[in-house]
Design a protein. Structure first.
Length: 540
């Protein structure tokens, strides 16, 4: 192992890891009782959640970083560079680190705790330093550069993988002067700490922004199911005889469309708008300002005029100018549509016998009234048809079966990371195994807001792995025994996120680096938006 690698990692090993190195095989061992020490032997390499404890994460993180740095050193010393001894070897490196990272960051986003938060605060800057130790290593980049300059003539997955690695290293700063690389390492470490702090404070302030309702009469307009969910949310926080409207990740709330109490609508919207901006211990303004300054300086190091320009270089759009050109085509029509809609909503306010101005907390409410009056569409009346289990089995799964021949069988025997996260085995039409789909639908205080998809295992032929894909949403949970009736917006979100899940499940790639959703950030939304099309398809 190089002296530089020792300088980065050894100060952090200490009591956390027990690493034994055999020079002949470069085998790294942590405590064999640690569930991350070896590849999972469960079906589909599902992580052994039944065995994983908080105390297992840090030892596995530090041992995983140490192991990968040794693997990189072995690559550098492996003779003349070839695709196999450099690019494929990089693809195979860091498996221990990947095992613990995928489980940990899924945990921190879907079911965090004070212990998990503390671990993340410690490990985030270490992971940033570890990533820089690899991607800013000039000897390693020289090998990749030599292979890239040799130019693969055929168009193949191998050529694409080489292209990806070359661009990954360039984008990370491998070609910068040494002094700039050293500054970049400091910036990356600080940004990782700030990002972790931002996420933690956002979740804390989102939880604190929940609206306590004292009287049932204030909830007039909500369905019985929505009222029951608000009651259950209050009871979960030891608030008997009250109702709780939890804040959501985006601006606003689905309940604004049906709540008749305008004062309560205003409270909900203002609390939503002020998340992270309450001049309290969770205020994110200083965090955002620090991140903006660091991002601007990083962009300067890369010769970019702005953070946007630096980021867009590796996205489908390629430049802010291309984004602006597209937005300039769309914006005038969007603004005109919004003005026209606003006028219709103002007319609806007057027709409702009211004289107040149209405010943000009125928009969804009066949109529903106009929609009902003009098109005889009542989205609230759709909710009884959108019972979660039926949407899942007769909607999402049904469409996937018709489109792709996939079938889904629930596997309650498989232990997941949370009691509410359900595992489904996915088979192809010929009965062959495709992967596992894990569905975690309900909101909880330990889960960050929004909805997302992530992988616990990436499909790839190199390591012989099938995908394990998770969908997370934040649907309010009704009381035990009550059906989960979801809104039209949640219906769209379910189909959208399942589009990402299909992207991961249907992956057929040799290498993990290009598996499933490992594509440009502004392209990854295309399959998910296509899947939204089927939610109102007549057959579905």
């Amino acid at each position: 192992m190089s002296r530089r690698a020792n300088e980065i990692i050894n100060p952090f090993l200490g009591e956390y890891t027990q690493i034994m190195t055999k020079k002949s095989s470069h085998l790294h061992l942590i405590d064999l009782d640690n569930p991350f020490a070896a590849r999972s032997t469960l079906e589909y390499e599902l992580p052994p959640f039944e065995r994983i404890r908080d105390e297992h994460y840090l030892p596995a993180f530090y041992a995983g970083m140490q192991a990968q740095l040794d693997e990189v050193e072995e690559i550098i010393n492996s003779g003349d560079p070839s695709f196999e001894n450099t690019i494929v070897a990089l693809e195979k490196s860091g498996q221990l680190l990947m095992r613990v990272a995928t489980v940990f960051f899924n945990k921190s986003s879907s079911d965090t705790s004070s212990v998990i938060d503390t671990i993340e605060e410690e490990i985030a800057p270490k992971l940033a330093a570890h990533n820089d130790a690899i991607k800013l290593n000039p000897e390693l980049f020289d090998r990749i550069q030599e292979l890239y300059d040799a130019d693969f003539k055929e168009r193949s997955e191998d050529a694409w993988l080489l292209e990806k690695y070359y661009r990954d290293f360039l984008y990370a700063g491998a070609a910068l002067p040494e002094s700039d690389r050293e500054e970049l390492k400091t910036i990356n470490a600080e940004l990782s700490q700030l990002g972790t702090k931002f996420a933690r404070q956002t979740l804390a302030d989102t939880n604190a922004s929940a609206i306590v309702v004292e009287s049932l009469s204030e909830l007039d307009g909500l369905s019985a199911n929505e009222i029951a969910a608000a009651k259950a949310a209050a009871e979960a926080r030891d608030m008997p005889d009250k109702w709780l409207i939890n804040a959501v990740n985006f601006t606003g709330s689905p309940l604004l469309a049906s709540l008749n109490n305008r004062e309560l609508r205003e409270r909900i919207m203002k609390a939503s708008l002020e998340k992270g901006n309450n001049d309290n211990e969770n205020d994110n303004k200083p965090v955002v300002l620090a991140m903006v300054r660091l991002r601007a300086r990083r962009a300067q190091l890369f010769g970019a005029a702005s953070h946007a320009e630096y980021i867009m270089r590796e996205q489908t759009a390629k430049s802010p100018a291309n984004v602006h050109a597209m937005m300039q085509k769309i914006a005038p029509a969007a603004i005109n549509n919004a003005k026209t809609e606003g006028e219709l909503l103002h007319e609806a306010i007057i027709a409702d016998g009211q004289s107040h101005n149209l405010e943000s907390w009125d928009w969804a409410y009066y949109s529903e009234k106009v929609r009902l009056a003009t098109y005889s569409i009542d989205t609230a009346a759709m909710a009884p048809y959108f019972e979660l289990e039926r949407v899942l089995r007769d909607g999402i799964f049904y469409a996937a079966t018709r489109l792709f021949g996939l079938t889904f069988t629930e596997r309650p025997d498989l232990v997941t990371y949370h009691p509410e996260a359900r595992a489904f085995e996915v088979l192809d039409e010929d009965g062959s195994r495709v992967g596992l789909f894990i569905a975690d639908f309900y909101t909880r205080d330990s889960k960050r807001g929004g909805a997302w998809m992530n992988n616990l295992v990436d499909q790839n032929f190199l390591l012989g792995q099938l995908p394990v894909v998770c969908n997370n949403l934040n649907i309010p949970k009704p009381p035990a025994g009550e059906p989960t009736l979801i809104s039209f917006d949640f219906l769209r979100t379910l189909f959208h996120e399942f589009g990402h899940a299909l992207h991961g499940l249907l992956s057929q790639t040799k290498y993990p680096r290009v598996s499933g959703t490992n594509v440009q950030r502004d392209f990854v939304e295309f399959p998910s938006q296509v899947n939204e099309m089927w939610m109102l398809w007549p057959e579905v």
